[in-house]
Design a protein around this ligand. Structure first.
Ligand code: SAH
Length: 350
């Protein structure tokens, strides 16, 4: 698979070092040039060819003419007064925008990236999917969200979550190339264990990802303990049953030794009863899954409301009583359009 921009030029930043070496060889360049170029792009995070001072002018010229150089441009940034979380809106070269979030934790800085422009999965509570899927992101467009944020904050990024706009497993080849390059020692060299990929549950792709045997964390957006309830929240539940999902989770663990995280957005009066908690325990228990509870972030376009604080606590207690490892997601950046896709949406409305 080769990634090209809309003019049909190869996206040089989407190539692994091995692929870049082949590309340089085809240009009649020495392999060490590929090494230098890769280092400029993926370690020194150069924003253009001009800063690549140890590459000859003639080569820089050849690259400028022959390739696409993905470099995201910040169009907006919002910083939370509550916790310092920053939400960035980046423009792609074709004018579309994507959002990424930077969060500071005790253990390091984490970036949440988008994997697609828009999304076609249609989850009822999610703002990212309201306009449908526009296009897939290329590996470089995923990487550059992290690179741009490191440059802008001047701080190292230690954790990456693919939990922004888009369904990562619906853009599988780009996701895999992205993960390979992100964890490559010739690039940022982020530990696979510090990378989380979140999916709404595309079963065949979960199995395919399991076969790659990466040490990343897979998070499954479950959100309901029964098929019927899940179908009312997530159209993808019409394709795959919870039984099939659990089988895929077992397979993922068997192949990788990595435990799955269940994400569960609590929606007031929909999926937050003690009976829901009991049924959820029945799913998470046997798989030793960690459950991450997310108080739903209400979006303007839908009626869904958050569960009451007491209801959330009772839900958590019930899971804990059933010996499920559970956390309530801290709501970072509530004051800055925290929910997926809200910043991009408000920008497009303007
Ligand atoms: N498509 C992937 C990743 C992007 S969404 C997935 O479905 O997992 C990241 C997480 O945020 C998912 O669990 C998603 O269901 C959840 N989410 C989306 N909109 C939300 C909202 N308004 N409130 C709470 N959680 C939301």
């Amino acid at each position: 698979m080769k990634w090209e921009n809309q003019e049909g030029k190869t996206d040089i930043k989407s190539l692994t070092l091995a692929q870049l070496k082949e590309e340089m060889a085809a240009l009649g360049e020495k392999p060490f040039r590929a090494q230098q170029l890769y280092q400029w792009m993926h370690q020194k995070l150069a924003g253009d060819y001009d800063s690549m001072t140890n590459l000859p002018q003639t080569l820089r010229e050849k690259l400028r003419e022959g390739y696409a150089f993905t470099s995201l441009r910040q169009v907006r940034m919002q910083e939370s007064r509550i916790d310092g979380t920053r939400k960035y809106l980046f423009a792609l070269e074709d004018g579309h925008v994507v959002e990424s979030v930077w969060m500071r934790y005790k253990y390091g800085n984490s970036v949440c990236i988008s994997s697609q422009v828009g999304c076609r999965m249609g989850c009822r509570f999610c703002a990212s999917t309201l306009g449908g899927l526009v296009r897939n992101l290329r590996p470089a467009e995923m990487l550059d969200q992290i690179y741009a944020i490191s440059r802008l904050t001047g701080e190292r990024v230690s954790h990456v979550v693919v939990m922004g706009t888009g369904e990562p497993l619906d853009n599988y080849d780009s996701l895999l190339q992205f993960l390979t390059m992100l964890t490559d020692e010739n690039g940022l060299h982020i530990s696979a264990r510090n990378v989380t990929v979140s999916t709404c549950g595309i079963v065949p792709r979960m199995r395919q990802l399991a076969d790659e045997k990466l040490q990343i964390t897979l998070a499954l957006s479950l959100h309901a303990p029964t098929d019927e309830k899940r179908r009312s929240l997530m159209p993808v539940a019409n394709r795959y049953t919870i039984a099939e999902l659990m089988e895929a989770c077992r397979y993922y663990f068997a192949q990788t030794g990595r435990r799955i995280t269940f994400e569960y957005s609590l929606v007031g009066g929909v999926n937050d009863t003690p009976e829901d908690a009991r049924q959820l325990s029945g799913l998470a228990g046997p798989l030793h899954c960690h459950v991450n509870l997310i108080p739903v972030n209400p979006i303007r376009e839908r009626e869904y409301v958050q569960s009451e604080a007491g209801q959330i606590q009772a839900f958590k207690n019930k899971l804990e009583k059933n010996r499920i490892h559970v956390t309530i997601r801290r709501e970072m950046g509530r004051d800055i359009d925290g929910a997926c896709g809200q910043l991009r949406r408000s920008f497009m409305e303007e």
